[in-house]
Ligand binder design. Structure first.
Ligand code: NAP
Length: 331
């Protein structure tokens, strides 16, 4: 028997503890092709909120009663799968369970000697790749351009800002606390950072932070923050629609400014993307990011919750801005 955390009911608005349920389940026999795993670190990510809703999205919905699942690192304790031996750590798509017997397909060995294990859920994992491909393929940043990043102190945002600094850009971050602003300015050397929760006039603060206007906007949040930034874009601006976390808990879709006129006048490009669009190029992205990490050009930070039972709390914390960098749960 082992414990698992399931989706008990679909959240309406901000997820609540009552939307989750912990229960005991029987593990299956270790048949051929399966591995037995003990999770080491599990990732909580904003996109998982969309999977809790009813209706189609770009990732399949969680069924009510099924375990929540997401990115994770686990130790193989027993294996009947070719190429995977007990004692190795693997990364993959893992259910929220204290022990797992699952198909080995889709699990990849991670090397602790290259980077600490939880890097593979952050800067050397899905969020790092999101920053890398969004910036490279849609942002097409040029030296001396101004980039604004919302959700700048999160898992994706901290990588975007550092990559833009490496390219010689004027980097402006928007984040939700003074300590996050302080981190962006003093640890990651952003040129400007704004606390959107305490700034009285975001429009004025942004204009001051971006004296040459906004060439690239990396949008992690959407909503009113994005409305303000989009009102200050330059001609030929590129807007990277990465995430819309400000809307993930909305129970009805708010109407914002109609942006098409601005895009037309500014000859601007706005493009959404999903990191898995670039799945075939993950080795290229990981290699580039790993080199920058190893050479000390990319810093990494995370917020760690400890213990299996903390998974729902950690997930909800994403929507309360409690994390700096990548939020993970260590078991
Ligand atoms: N397109 C893709 O393939 C892809 C891949 C990965 C992630 N994403 C998206 O990228 C975004 C960032 O993901 P992440 O993993 O790096 O998460 P994250 O930034 O580490 O964590 C979420 C952060 O969002 C901010 N936030 C929460 N509610 C907000 C609101 N109502 N308004 C403004 N900010 C809010 C909070 O920071 P503050 O304290 O600053 O408010 C919070 O810490 C998310 O929208 C996610 O869905 C997209």
């Amino acid at each position: 028997m082992t414990r698992q955390i399931t989706l008990k009911s679909r959240p309406i608005g901000l997820p609540q503890f009552s939307n989750f349920e912990t229960r005991e389940v029987l593990l299956p026999e270790l048949a051929k092709g399966l591995v037995r795993l003990v999770p080491h670190t599990l990732s909580v990510d904003p996109y998982m909120r969309g999977r809790m809703n009813d209706g189609p999205s770009y990732v399949a919905q969680f069924n009510v009663g099924d375990p929540i699942a997401g990115g994770g690192i686990a130790l193989i304790t027993e294996s009947r799968a070719a190429g995977l031996v007990a004692g190795s750590f693997v990364q993959g798509f893992i259910p929220w369970q204290e022990e797992i017997v699952m198909d080995a397909a889709g699990l990849n060995i991670v090397d602790e000697t290259i980077a600490p294990l939880d890097y593979y859920l952050g800067i050397l994992g899905m969020p790092g790749l999101t920053a890398y491909f969004g910036l490279l393929e849609i942002g097409k940043l040029k030296k001396d351009e101004t980039i604004v990043i919302s959700g700048a102190a999160g898992a994706v945002g901290i990588v975007v800002g550092q990559l833009a600094k490496i390219q010689g850009c004027h980097v402006v971050g928007i984040a939700g606390s003074d300590s996050k602003v302080d981190y962006l300015l003093n640890e990651l050397n952003f040129d400007k950072a704004i606390n959107y929760k305490t700034t009285k006039d975001l429009n004025a603060a942004l204009a001051e932070a971006c004296p040459s206007g906004v060439d690239v906007y990396f949008d992690n949040v959407g909503g009113e923050i994005s409305d303000t930034i989009l009102s200050q874009i330059n001609k030929f601006a590129r807007i990277i629609i990465c995430g819309q976390i400000a809307l993930y808990n909305a129970t009805s879709l708010p109407t914002g400014p109609r942006i098409q006129g601005t895009l037309l006048k500014k000859s601007a490009l706005m493009q959404g993307f999903i990191v898995s669009n670039y799945a075939e190029r993950y080795p290229e992205g990981l290699n580039a990011l790993a080199q920058l990490v190893v050479s000390g050009h990319l810093k990494y930070t995370n917020t760690i919750y400890h213990g299996f039972d903390k998974l729902p709390e950690a997930f909800i914390a994403l929507f309360e801005g409690k994390n700096l960098g990548k939020l993970v749960v260590k078991l």
